[in-house]
Design a protein around this ligand. Structure first.
Ligand code: M6R
Length: 614
C-alpha cells in the first residue's frame, strides 16, 4: 500500500524517481507525486490524481530538476484520491516535504493538538499531520530535523515508512520505518531509497533493510547513518541482491498478469530446482533439515496468511495432515492476531506471504514468537520483512509478481507446501516410500504439465467470452480442489468485478443451489477421483435447474463432456497436486473475462499488491 522512493547523489533525481514509481505502482495507483530541491534551493512539489503516467504528463512544463528528491504513489487510506491528498505533503512553513506509506492511528489526537496551536491543514490525510508534528517539534525544541523526527515518532502510534526532505538542507534525506517496508540502495556516491528493492535494482545490488524503530540519515557527503528513536546507532548490514531487469518488464505480453500466468512452467521449475533430486526423487529443504527436531516433535501446525496465500495454506493443511499426520489449522492472519489464540511452544506457525510485507501476517508472526512458537516462512520476496522476521523458511523463488492478482505465487506456494509435507513426512516416518515417490515424481512433472494446460489458452479465451455476460459465478470443488475453487472465485472477482463465490460442492444443497438459474454459471472442478460420482450428481442437479456448467476434468473424461456446457481438460497427476494444475485455467478464465470487460487487469480498482496496513 503506497510506494515510496527517494534519491540523493550526482544524477538528476526525477527520472530515477519516476522509474522507481512505475515499478512501485503495484502498491497503489490512485495518485502520485514528487518533491525535489533544485539548484537554486527551491523545494518543488508536484502531485496529481491518477497514475504515474499522469504525473509524467503533468511534469512536462514544470521545473523537475534537482539531484535530491522523494516520490510517492498512493493507495488512499485517509481522504479521497485527489490532488490535495496526494503526497508529498508540506509542513505549514512549506519548508519540509514528507512522503508516507502506512497509517498513523492516533493522527486525530495529534491533529487536534496541532490545531489548538494554530495549525491548519490542506488535506484529509494522516501524513500531513505527521509532517506538521515534525515541524512543530523542531520549532519548539529548536533542534535538527533528524532529532525532530525521532521525537515526533515517539508520539506516533501506527505504521510508517517515511522520507523527508528539507528546503534548507538539500544534502540530506531523513527516513524512518515502523511496520512498513523500507530499503536503502547504496550506490557510488549516491543513495536510493524505496519500499521495494526491485524498483531501484537498475542502479545497485547493495541494499540495507531499515528495521522497525530505526531512523536513517542519508547525507550525500557522508556514510549512511542509522539510529534508533533514542539516537543509539544501529547496525548497517549490506545485503547483496541479484534480480534480472527483464523480470520487471512485461516482455511482450499485454499485461503482467498474463506474463506471470505463462511463466509458471519456468517458475515452478525454479521453485523445485535443487530441492528434489530428479534421479532419486528425494526432497531436501534446508529449513526442515536444520530444524528436524522441531518438525518431528511438532504437536500442531498453524498456517497464518491472507487472500490467495490463505487459499494456498488450505491446500497446505490437506497436504500436511495427509502426509505428516500433524493436526493443522489455517487462520486468517487478521483474525488470529486479534482473538487471543492458544499458541504453545511445540506449535509451528507457518506464515505464508508472496510479498512478505502483509501487515496482518507480520503481526501474527510477532504474536506467535511471543508465545514461544517456532515460526516458519513461505515467502516470495527475498529479504522481505516476513522472510527476515521468521525463524526459518523456504522461498518460493517464482520471481517478482507485479500483477495485483496473485497467480504464479499461488502455484509456487502450493509446490513448496507439497515439498515441505514430503520432507516433514519423511522425517516423521508418516509417509510410505511409494506415496513419497508418487508425489515427488508428480512435483517434478509439474513444469511440463503446466505447459500442457497453458496450451489450452485459446480454448479458454473462447469460452470466457461466452460467459462475460454473467454478473455472478459459483465455483465448486472438493477436497484438495475446494481451496482451488475459492481461489478461482477470488481471481474472477478481483480483476473483473464480477461477484463470485467458492463452495465445497456438497454444500450446494445447503443453500447456494437456490441461486442457480440460466444467468448464474457454475465452475466445477471435477478432477477428484474419490468424489467423482458425487460431483457428477452435483453437476446434474445444477443442470436440472437450468444452470450452465464449465467443468474442469481429467484428460479423457467423456462422461462430464456429455453433461457440462464447456469442459477444460487437466493432465493426469497425483490427486494432491491437482489444485496446482486446476488453478491455471481459472487464472486464464478470470484474465480473459476481465479483458473482455475492459478492466485494468494489472491494477484493479481499490486494490494494491502489498497490503502493508491493517
Ligand atoms: O503478499 P501476500 O501473499 O501476503 O498477500 C496476501 C493477499 O493480499 C493477496 O494474496 C491478495 O489476496 C491478492 N490480491 C490475491 O490475488
Amino acid at each position: 500500500m503506497c510506494g515510496i522512493v527517494g534519491y540523493i547523489g550526482g544524477q538528476e533525481a526525477a527520472p530515477i524517481l519516476l522509474k522507481g514509481l512505475h515499478r512501485l505502482e503495484y502498491r497503489g495507483y490512485d495518485s502520485a507525486g514528487l518533491a525535489l530541491v533544485n539548484q537554486s534551493g527551491d523545494l518543488n512539489v508536484y502531485k496529481c490524481k491518477g497514475k504515474v503516467s499522469d504525473l509524467e504528463d503533468y511534469l512536462m512544463d514544470k521545473d523537475a530538476t534537482g539531484t535530491i528528491g522523494i516520490a510517492h504513489t498512493r493507495w488512499a487510506t485517509h481522504g479521497i484520491p485527489d490532488n490535495v491528498n496526494a503526497h508529498p505533503h508540506f509542513s505549514r512553513s512549506g519548508k519540509i516535504a514528507l512522503i508516507h506509506n502506512g497509517i498513523i492511528e492516533n493522527y486525530r489526537v495529534i491533529k487536534d493538538a496541532l490545531i489548538a496551536n494554530g495549525y491548519t491543514f490542506r488535506s484529509n490525510t494522516d501524513s500531513e499531520v505527521l509532517v506538521n508534528l515534525i515541524e512543530y517539534v523542531r520549532d519548539t525544541h529548536g533542534c535538527s530535523l533528524e532529532e525532530a523526527v525521532r521525537v515526533a515518532l515517539k508520539q506516533v502510534v501506527g505504521a510508517y515508512a517515511i522520507a523527508i526532505l528539507e528546503k534548507d538542507n538539500p544534502d540530506e534525506i531523513i527516513a524512518a520505518r515502523q511496520s512498513s517496508p523500507m530499503v536503502i540502495g547504496i550506490g557510488n556516491g549516491e543513495y536510493f531509497l524505496s519500499s521495494d528493492a526491485a524498483s531501484i535494482i537498475d542502479y545497485t545490488n547493495d541494499f540495507v533493510y531499515v528495521k522497525d524503530g530505526e531512523v536513517a540519515i542519508i547525507n550525500r557527503h557522508k556514510p549512511l547513518s542509522i539510529v534508533n528513536l533514542d539516537n543509539q546507532p544501529a547496525s548497517i548490514d549490506i545485503t547483496k541482491l541479484e534480480l534480472s531487469i527483464s523480470e520487471l518488464e512485461k516482455g511482450g505480453y499485454d499485461h503482467f498478469m498474463l506474463k506471470e500466468i505463462n511463466e509458471q512452467p519456468r517458475t515452478i521449475f525454479d521453485c523445485i530446482r535443487g530441492r528434489i533430486s530428479p534421479e532419486t526423487g528425494e526432497v531436501k529443504l534446508s529449513g526442515v533439515t536444520d530444524n528436524r527436531e522441531k518438525f518431528i516433535n511438532a504437536r500442531r501446525i498453524i498456517f497464518v496468511a491472507c487472500g490467495t496465500s490463505w487459499h494456498a495454506s488450505l491446500i497446505g493443511e490437506h497436504l500436511i495432515e495427509d502426509i505428516c499426520r500433524i493436526p493443522v489449522e489455517v487462520e486468517y492472519a487478521s483474525e488470529f492476531r486479534y482473538r487471543n489464540p492458544i499458541i504453545r511452544p511445540d506449535d509451528i506457525v507457518i506464515a505464508v506471504s508472496q510479498s512478505g510485507e502483509t501487515a496482518d501476517t507480520l503481526a501474527a508472526i510477532r504474536l506467535a514468537k511471543e508465545a514461544g512458537a517456532f515460526v516458519y516462512g513461505i515467502c516470495n520476496v527475498v529479504g522481505s520483512s516476513i522472510a527476515r522476521g521468521t525463524d526459518s523458511g523456504t522461498y518460493i523463488h517464482v520471481g517478482p509478481e507485479i500483477g495485483v492478482a496473485s497467480t504464479k505465487a499461488f502455484t509456487g506456494q502450493v509446490t513448496v507446501m507439497a515439498m515441505l509435507a514430503l520432507a516433514i513426512g519423511k522425517e516423521r516416518g508418516t509417509v510410505s516410500d511409494e506415496y513419497y515417490r508418487e508425489v515427488s515424481e508428480g512435483i517434478l512433472s509439474l513444469p511440463d504439465k503446466i505447459a500442457e494446460v497453458l496450451r489450452e489458452d485459446e480454448h479458454i479465451a473462447g469460452l470466457s467470452k461466452v460467459f462475460t455476460y454473467a454478473r455472478n459465478f459459483i465455483y465448486l470443488g472438493r477436497g484438495y480442489n475446494y481451496p482451488a475453487a475459492l481461489e478461482g472465485a477470488l481471481k474472477l472477482k478481483e480483476i473483473s468485478y464480477i461477484h463470485a463465490e467458492g463452495y465445497p460442492a456438497a454444500e450446494m444443497k445447503h443453500g447456494p443451489i437456490a441461486l442457480i438459474d440460466a444467468e448464474m454459471p457454475t465452475v466445477v472442478i471435477a478432477t477428484g477421483q474419490d468424489t467423482y460420482e458425487k460431483t457428477i450428481s452435483n453437476i446434474e442437479e445444477i443442470k436440472a435447474r437450468g444452470g450452465r456448467i464449465i467443468a474442469l476434468v481429467r484428460k479423457g473424461d467423456t462422461r462430464i463432456l456429455g453433461i457440462a456446457d464447456k469442459v477444460i481438460e487437466i493432465p493426469e497427476i497425483t490427486e494432491c497436486l491437482t489444485p496446482i494444475l486446476s488453478s491455471i485455467p481459472l487464472q486464464l478464465m478470470a484474465y480473459h473475462i476481465a479483458v473482455c470487460k475492459g478492466r485494468n487487469v494489472d491494477q484493479p480498482r481499490n486494490l494494491a499488491k502489498s497490503v502493508t496496513v491493517e
